[in-house]
Write a protein that binds this ligand. Structure first.
Ligand SMILES: NC(=O)c1ccc[n+]([C@@H]2O[C@H](COP(=O)([O-])OP(=O)(O)OC[C@H]3O[C@@H](n4cnc5c(N)ncnc54)[C@H](OP(=O)(O)O)[C@@H]3O)[C@@H](O)[C@H]2O)c1
Ligand SMILES: *[C@@H]1O[C@H](CO)[C@@H](O)[C@H](O)[C@H]1NC(C)=O
Ligand SMILES: *[C@@H]1O[C@H](CO)[C@@H](O)[C@H](O)[C@H]1NC(C)=O
Ligand SMILES: *[C@@H]1O[C@H](CO)[C@@H](O)[C@H](O)[C@H]1NC(C)=O
Length: 287
């Protein structure tokens, strides 16, 4: 590395640490009795968030499509210390289910302190071959249901001075091969909820929005796709889950997890050709 590159890199690291150190302290007690709705909580990061909230003594409503699995997760939440644990089976591609889920959560919990939007529909990890219908469907699941649920819950979150957490991805900030449908939905989320962050701040709203940018996380769904294909390191789902919860509880507008996603985001636009070279060569692809 040249001297200039070293100085730039060191400055970014110092800036990053400064941001970390000045973040407000997380008080686990603040989550005792908190009323929480987590989507996509039958497996993966959502399931781990449900367990963390349970350990903190929260009241949780979890949702996903598979009722049997949700039931098991809810039972485990109770055994871990959740004050209450309910589950609602719902399909986020359905036009009425997103509203229905929020209504049920408000009814069961009598209000809402945290809405954690996390679910994603399955999507192939492959080059784009023209399946427009799949993107239309994925947009319903990964994007339209998010804005529908956020709007439905907003009044309750205003009342409780609550938080909305959007689980997004580095692939909502930069592009990569093999994930055109998925990355489209994440860019849409970042655009929409970035705008909403401005508008709520301008209106002096009580609600905080946290947009969470994750790198590769070791969930079964993700690892099944990229095992042996990418050199990018995977980070633990339980740690990602805890970081999202802390970001919401401390009302931070953004999370970058793992830490280097912050630096990747910041440096990705410095050189188009270098960034493209690194991304295209981070996969084992033989044409
Ligand atoms: N894992 C990673 O590497 C990674 C990286 C960056 C960002 N993220 C983000 O982290 C979040 C969680 O990812 P993950 O890896 O934990 O995902 P996952 O393991 O695939 O879990 C997805 C969840 O969504 C539910 N779901 C799928 N289709 C649904 C539908 N039509 N309606 C309702 N629920 C549905 C699934 O349950 P059912 O099948 O029971 O419905 C499951 O609970 C996502 O927003 C993802 O974009 C993950
Ligand atoms: C959505 O769900 C409702 C009831 O849960 C059902 O009546 C309706 O047909 C579903 N819509 C679609 C498009 O599947
Ligand atoms: C914010 O919360 C307070 C109660 O703490 C409430 O009186 C006020 O109406 C809320 N603001 C909005 C915009 O709802
Ligand atoms: C992420 O990258 C964009 C574009 O390079 C930049 O505008 C933004 O400030 C970055 N975010 C952070 C938190 O550094």
């Amino acid at each position: 590395m040249g001297t200039l590159a070293k100085i730039v890199f060191a400055s970014i690291c110092v800036a990053f640490l400064a941001v970390k150190w000045t973040a407000p302290r997380f008080d686990a007690e603040s989550l005792r009795g908190a009323r929480v709705l987590v989507t996509g909580a039958s497996t993966g990061i959502g399931e781990q968030m449900a367990y963390h909230y349970a350990r903190f003594g929260a009241q949780v409503v979890i949702t996903a499509r598979r009722e049997k699995v949700l039931q098991q997760v809810a039972e485990k939440c109770l055994s871990l210390g959740a004050q209450k644990a309910f589950y609602v089976a719902a399909d986020m591609a359905n036009e009425s289910d997103p509203d229905k889920v929020v209504d049920i959560a408000l009814e069961k919990l009598g209000g809402l302190d945290y809405l954690v939007l996390n679910h994603i529909g399955p999507s192939p990890f492959s080059m784009w071959e023209g399946d427009v219908e799949h993107i239309r469907w994925l947009m319903k699941v990964n994007f339209f249901s998010y804005i529908q649920m956020a709007w439905k819950a907003l009044a309750a979150l205003e009342q409780s001075k609550g938080s909305l957490m959007i689980v997004s991805s580095l692939l909502g900030k930069m592009t990569s091969p093999f994930v055109a449908p998925y990355t489209s939905t994440k860019f849409a989320l970042n655009g929409f909820f970035g705008t909403l962050q401005h508008e709520l701040a301008m209106r002096k709203s009580n609600v905080s929005i946290s947009i969470c940018t994750l790198g590769l996380i070791d969930t079964e769904a993700a690892m099944d796709k990229v095992r042996g294909v990418t050199k990018v390191p995977a980070y633990p789902a339980t740690d990602a889950a805890l970081n999202i919860i802390i970001t919401g509880a401390t009302r931070q507008p953004e999370l970058f997890y793992p830490w280097f996603t912050y630096i990747v985001n910041l440096s990705k636009d410095w050189s188009f050709s270098i960034t493209s070279y690194i991304i295209q060569n981070s996969y084992n692809y033989i044409p």
